[in-house]
Design a protein around this ligand. Structure first.
Ligand code: DAH
Length: 342
């Protein structure tokens, strides 16, 4: 019995001192102590030599030893599998986890492209506030309070001051530029504008425009046409057809709208071009003498042209986006399609 006790004590010490780290060593431990020919089994064999009156005590001792070995085995197993996990997280040969890279919004891509085309023609960028006053948005642009053309540009007004409104077009920036600069003036004005419209696939309460203004001596309608032809070819390629239609804007005289051949259906007729084969992309004209005089610019000496286009419309034709709402829904499935477009 004492001999048995001594042996168990020795094995316990051996087990406590053993340094095991990997799965192979754990398996070797199992075979050595718990295997069919292992130490626990062989010590059990001593039971038959123990005198009857000590059998109960010896049985208890052996059982405790068995439980001790089993518990040690379980904890060694846990430590070795943890070690394996640790080594896998620091495996420097594995490829890194990819970082998602954002992309430019299609409206920004198109806006930048428009701006860079006009910058090459010598236009400078001008910006103005989105919260405007009535004068810069309407009055100065020859749209007095009772003018019916205001109906087409209903907007949002500011509670604290009814004279303030959200600008309905970037033409308000023309007013601010003429207020602060003397001719020659050659500016391009990109920005966000607002209208009180019900949101649908074709209309939104906000969208983006780019305005152009060129004032100098002897600026003619031919200059306007040539500038806009150049723009269309740079934007859409040489094959696109262009036409001018007479139109009306209070701030230009004469006025024209410019259409391009429909790029969605190649002139075969679709609902974007309303089956006409043509899509309107901008309004334009020669700056009305009254607008020039509003800012003390001598309309006998100076003439100018102006134009304004909707960025969403250009983007629709360039990238075939058929629903205005997509631009502001932040849906990554839509936005990530522009990742590779520069
Ligand atoms: N402001 C006009 C609109 O929002 C667009 C426009 C037309 C701008 C003719 C111009 C222009 O500068 O000359 O509908």
């Amino acid at each position: 019995m004492n001999h048995l006790l001594q042996q168990i004590e020795n094995y316990k010490q051996e087990i406590n001192n053993c340094a095991i780290t990997n799965a192979d060593e754990v398996e070797a431990f199992r075979i050595k102590y718990l295997g069919t020919k292992g130490i626990v089994k062989s010590i059990m064999g001593f039971m038959k030599d123990v005198p009857n009156e000590q059998k109960k005590e010896a049985g208890q001792l052996l059982n405790e030893f068995k439980l001790f070995v089993e518990a040690k085995y379980e904890s060694l197993k846990a430590v070795s599998s943890n070690n394996q996990d640790n080594t896998s997280t620091i495996d420097i040969t594995l490829p890194g986890s990819p970082t998602l890279v954002g992309s430019r919004h299609p409206i920004n891509l198109v806006r930048n492209k428009i701006v860079s085309i006009f910058q090459r023609l010598g236009f400078a960028i001008a910006e103005g506030p989105e919260i405007e006053d009535d004068w810069h948005n309407f009055g100065a642009m020859n749209l007095p309070e009772d003018h019916p053309a205001r109906d087409m540009q209903d907007t949002f007004y500011i509670h604290q001051n009814p004279a303030w409104l959200l600008r309905t077009h970037t033409s308000s920036v023309q007013a601010r530029v003429m207020e602060n600069q003397k001719p020659p003036i050659r500016v391009i004005c990109p920005g966000r504008v607002y209208r009180n419209e019900t949101i649908s696939a074709r209309a939104h309460c906000f969208f983006h425009q780019v305005e152009g203004l060129y004032i100098d001596e002897k600026v003619s309608f031919a200059d306007l046409k040539q500038t806009l032809y150049f723009f269309v070819q740079e934007m859409f390629g040489k094959d696109v057809k262009v036409r001018f239609r007479p139109s009306y804007f209070p701030f230009t005289e004469p006025s024209a709208e410019m259409d391009i051949s429909c790029l969605i259906c190649n002139n075969n007729g679709c609902n974007v071009c309303k089956h006409t084969g043509w899509v309107e992309i901008l309004g334009s004209g020669m700056v009305h003498p009254k607008v020039l005089e509003n800012f003390g610019i001598d309309s006998n000496k100076y003439t100018g042209f102006a134009f304004g286009m909707g960025v969403e419309r250009i983007c629709q034709l360039k990238y075939r986006v058929n629903d205005l709402r997509l631009y502001s829904q932040n849906d990554v499935r839509f936005l990530k399609q522009f990742t590779s477009v520069v």
